[in-house]
Design a protein around this ligand. Sequence first.
Ligand code: GTP
Ligand code: MG
Length: 236
Amino acid sequence: MFLNLIIKFYSDFKLDLIQLQEVMKMSLRFSEEEFSRLKELLFSYEWALRTMMTKLDIIREAFKLSQDTSPIGYIACRVKTPESIAGKLHKQNYGLTAVNAKKYLKDIAGIRIICPYARDIYFLAGLIREMPDAIILSEKDYVTKPKPSGYRSYHIIMEIPIYHSSKTETVPIEIQIRTEAMNFWATLEHQAKYKYKEHIPQHLSDELIVCADKIAELDNRMFLIYETISIINNEG
Ligand code: GTP
Ligand code: MG
């Protein structure tokens, strides 16, 4: 009897939690009108990403053609989902409108470039800076100045124009440039943040900082080996 009561209480409580989560999700939705505006906006973001990806693919392939190696290892991209846009706007206390999404969120279109070596990061940032049509809005060098968490990466927020038949839309894109090792670290740390809802236990965050430093050292040592090989190859 007592057990039944506990089970009933538990299942009622669980139902309440699920209902609460549903209500939260519902309240974090764009209105129908704003959603159709957002869809139109995301169309431009999608094409901005494709345009930028093509530019970067050309750079990568051109390097391979001329010198067998490229400062670009691989590239990944994504457009934020409407749910994620709504969540971020809500977190920053902005109303759920397409205008706010465009105005306040600069990472709706995101590109991540993985470079073989840390030095390639700066070389690539230079190439991106020189791209015709591109306007650089901001740059953050978390490679030279890592975040306290140990996070290393180079961030560029830029804008490129997308020509529609009747108008030109300027679209912001966030580019993150990092090495494979930095990416390995950032992915694991992101998982830890997700698992502990942003509050990673101290012993784990300490360990992550140690790993981040070791990774930076590893990146340097691997580059020195590469440089030695390159010199030998050029002499031979
Ligand atoms: P948001 O973090 O997106 O709100 O933007 P911001 O203005 O704080 O910019 P920032 O340059 O700090 O971060 C932009 C993006 O970089 C994030 O969305 C993450 O993808 C990544 N990033 C920044 N800091 C960290 C970090 O400490 N760990 C991990 N794993 N990723 C990070
Ligand atoms: Mg941040």
